[in-house]
Design a binder for this molecule. Structure first.
Ligand code: A3P
Length: 289
C-alpha cells in the first residue's frame, strides 16, 4: 500500500523509512532547520499513542478552557503536525506565540534547535501492541477496505514513522536529564485522567480551579471526544482520500478516528503467535537498555 523509501540524513545514524506519497521527505530538511522559540510547546509521540487526546487537553489548558472554540477548530489547526507538508512547516513558523506544535518525528529528525532552545516538550507513549492494533484501524479509516496491514512491517519499523522503540527509547534517554520534557502515557490517562490533567497544567504553569479541571476531564471523556467533530481528523481524511483517490465504495462504514479507546485491545485482536513475536521484538530493545 505504501511506497516507502529509506531516508538518511547527516543527522540520522540509520535509514528511517518514509512514506513518499504525500508528505515527509520534502519536509525533512525544513523541519530540521525549523526555528524554535523558548516559549513554544511541543507534543511528540509515535502515532496512535493518544496524540489527539493529549492535543485536545493541552490546547484547552493553553486557551483558558475555551471548549466552544475548541469544538469548532480542527485539531490540525489547534496544533499542526509540523512535518505534514511544506505548507504546514511554513504555517507553523508564523503561528501566534506561544506556538503549540505536534510531531511524530524521531529525535534525530526533529528541529535541531529543540535541543538548544529547550522549549517545553510533552512526550506521549502507549503499549506498542495497542498502538499496532490502533494503527491497523487508523489505516482502514483513512485508506478504506482494500487496505491490509503487513504485521511484520510494524516490527521491522517500516511504518511511516519508523520503529516504535527507536523513537520511544531515544526519547526515554532524556527522562532523567531534561526537566523541560514531560512524559505521559495513554495508560496513565486511562487510569486517572484528572491526575494527568493536573500534572500537565502544572507543567504548563497554568492555574485552574477544581470546577474548571473537572469540566476539562469531562470534555476529554471518550464519548465526548468521539462526538467532538474537531477531533475526527477530517482535514487529514480529506487530503488522504484525495491524494490516494479513495472511492466512496471503498470507505469502511462506521469507522471513526476516535475508535475504541481502551487499554489492551490487542488481546482480542492479535494472535498468540504475533503477540509472541512482539514480545521478542520488545525484549530485543529493552534488554539493551
Ligand atoms: P484506539 O484506536 O485504540 O481506539 P492518536 O491520536 O495518537 O492517533 O491516537 C488515537 C488513539 O487514541 C485511538 O485509539 C483513539 O480511540 C484513542 N483516543 C482518542 N481520544 C481518546 C479518549 N478521550 N479516551 C480514550 N482513548 C482515546
Amino acid at each position: 500500500n505504501y511506497d516507502h523509501v529509506p531516508v538518511k540524513t547527516q543527522y540520522s545514524s540509520k535509514p528511517i523509512y518514509k512514506n513518499l506519497n504525500y508528505n515527509s521527505v520534502e519536509t525533512l530538511e525544513p523541519v530540521l532547520n525549523f526555528e524554535v522559540f523558548e516559549d513554544d510547546l511541543w507534543l511528540i509521540s509515535y502515532p496512535k499513542c493518544g496524540t489527539t487526546w493529549s492535543q485536545e487537553m493541552v490546547w484547552c489548558l493553553m486557551n483558558n478552557m475555551d471548549f466552544e472554540t475548541s469544538k469548532k477548530v480542527d485539531i490540525a489547526e489547534k496544533s499542526p503536525y509540523l512535518e505534514w507538508t511544506l505548507d504546514v512547516v511554513e504555517k507553523c513558523k508564523g503561528l501566534p506565540r506561544p506556538r503549540f506544535i505536534t510531531s511524530h518525528e524521531e529525535m534525530q529528525l526533529l528541529p535541531k534547535e529543540l535541543w538548544t532552545k529547550r522549549p517545553k516538550i510533552i512526550f506521549v507513549v502507549r503499549d506498542p501492541r495497542d498502538v499496532f492494533v490502533s494503527f491497523h484501524h487508523h489505516y482502514k479509516y483513512f485508506y478504506g477496505k482494500s487496505f491490509t496491514q503487513d504485521r511484520e512491517t510494524f516490527i521491522e519499523g517500516r511504518m511511516k514513522y519508523g520503529n516504535f522503540y527507536e523513537l520511544v527509547l531515544n526519547f526515554y534517554s532524556l527522562k532523567n536529564q531534561e526537566n523541560n520534557v514531560l512524559f505521559l502515557s495513554y495508560e496513565q490517562m486511562k487510569k486517572n485522567l484528572k491526575s494527568v490533567v493536573l500534572k500537565v497544567s502544572d507543567f504548563l504553569g497554568k492555574h485552574y480551579n477544581e470546577v474548571q479541571i473537572d469540566k476539562l476531564v469531562e470534555h476529554l471523556d471518550f464519548k465526548n471526544m468521539k462526538n467532538n467533530p474537531s477531533c475526527s481528523h477530517k482535514k487529514e481524511l480529506e487530503l488522504v482520500r484525495k491524494v490516494k483517490n479513495i472511492k466512496e465504495e471503498d470507505i469502511v462504514e462506521g469507522t471513526t478516528f476516535i475508535r475504541k479507546g481502551v487499554v489492551g485491545s490487542h488481546k482480542e485482536e492479535l494472535s498468540e503467535e504475533f503477540l509472541k513475536k512482539i514480545d521478542d521484538w520488545e525484549r530485543s530493545y529493552l534488554e539493551k537498555e
